[in-house]
Ligand binder design. Structure first.
Ligand SMILES: CC(=O)N[C@@H](CCC[C@H](N)C(=O)O)C(=O)O
Length: 377
């Protein structure tokens, strides 16, 4: 791929950045990707859509195996605060997790192979709803995916903490198990001056929030990794009304299923205790659950060795991250790996000022073209 073609993928990323859409609503994004794919030489391409996702197969010249590449597509419900002149045109929605970069990189690799097929088939997966409710698991079960199921599968995630020109990964667990957490509390609303006639959910929700924070510190072995974060609490309408309902929303992260089960058991007990102690009704919804991302040991080790010597990038063996990724569902069934792509920005993922260094786009495209060419038999 020529240098100017590689850099044109930065423009593609900028376009995608302006049209972030939430999980399973990525219709404009899908349209843009399909139009881009339609402009490529079609001789070796087969394209299928599934909901807002897309599968593109590049037929191999021999086609004994299929190697896959996955990019996720959705944005986040977040108001952008970057300095970009190509910022989001969708109020309250932003590509703050780098999926715009992931798609541009996927299209760049695909463009090369649409012009230069290799022996193996290649499958490009554009997957919706990674941020929730999760597109990987249902996509895996589709007839379209089953027919083209890859023998090996790879993917990346932008890594704000790593310099451009580096990648970071590890054999084994890379990302955590996750469970969403939604707790609804129902008491009795009332006049601010008559607290004895109401059942105040501000006090109840505050107590519960504090109790939930004792689980990791007091019930989990300090040598295990676990997080329980409450990211949103919704209570009340006005300063002089005692609110009769509250909703707490959060996420649980662990590096083992046993620890996840233990935390859920403790959440259930504490919520039950709150019901009794505060004479309210409470319900728990565990939302979307993602399984951990486990990189195949042998493939990852050999990729790391190869990338360090022939891939023109510096390879860092990193620690596990407590982020979640539904790519884990693919890797449960298909050997492969995911890696962090260094994009060097002070603002982390899900931050409204996230501005990943776009020079990482051509680096990733070049790296993966070379790797897939080396692998394709
Ligand atoms: C890489 C990344 O930031 N992924 C998200 C995935 C969402 C997981 C799920 N919906 C949850 O919040 O539990 C993350 O937040 O880690």
């Amino acid at each position: 791929m020529s240098t100017s073609n590689l850099h044109s993928m930065i423009e593609v990323r900028r376009h995608l950045h302006q049209i972030p859409e939430l999980g399973f609503q990525e219709w404009k994004t899908q349209r843009y990707l399909l139009d881009f794919i339609a402009r490529l030489p079609q001789d070796y391409l087969e394209v299928k859509t599934w909901r807002t996702g897309i599968l593109v197969r590049v037929q191999g010249t021999v086609g004994k195996r299929t190697l896959g590449w996955r990019a996720d597509m959705d944005g986040l419900p977040l108001t952008e605060e970057t300095s970009y002149d190509f910022s989001s045109r969708h109020p309250g929605q932003m590509h703050a997790c780098g999926h715009d970069m992931h798609m541009a990189i996927g299209l760049g690799i695909l463009s090369h192979f649409a012009n230069n097929p290799v022996k193996d088939h290649l499958l490009f997966i554009f997957q919706p709803a990674e941020e929730g409710p999760g597109g990987a698991e249902p996509m895996l079960a589709t007839d379209e995916f089953t027919r083209w199921k890859p023998d090996q599968l790879f993917g990346l995630h932008i890594g704000p903490d790593y310099p451009v020109g580096t990648i970071a990964t590890r054999p084994g667990i890379l990302f955590a198990n996750t469970s969403e957490l939604f707790i609804d509390l129902v008491g009795t609303s009332g006049h601010a001056s008559l607290p004895h006639r109401a059942n105040d959910m501000v006090i109840t929700a505050s107590q519960l929030a504090m109790q939930l924070q004792t689980i990791v510190s007091r019930n989990i072995d300090p040598l295990d990794s676990a997080i329980l974060t409450l990211g949103k609490v919704t209570i009340g309408t006005k300063q002089n009304i005692i609110p009769g309902s509250a909703r707490l929303e959060g996420t649980i992260r662990t590096l083992s299923i046993d620890v996840m089960d233990k935390i859920k058991e403790r959440v259930s007990s504490l919520v039950h205790g709150i019901e009794i102690g505060f004479q309210c009704k409470a319900s728990i919804d565990w939302g979307a659950n993602y399984c951990q991302v486990t990189n195949n040991e042998a493939l990852t080790r050999s990729f790391m060795d190869w990338a360090g010597s022939k891939g023109n990038v510096e390879v860092i063996e990193c620690r596990e991250a407590m982020a979640g990724e539904d790519f884990g569902y693919f890797l449960k069934e298909i050997p492969g790996f995911m890696f962090w792509l260094g994009v060097d920005t002070p603002y982390g993922l899900h931050h409204p000022q996230l501005e990943p260094d776009e020079e990482a786009i051509p680096i990733a495209i070049r790296l993966m073209i070379k790797y897939l060419e080396t692998q394709a038999q």
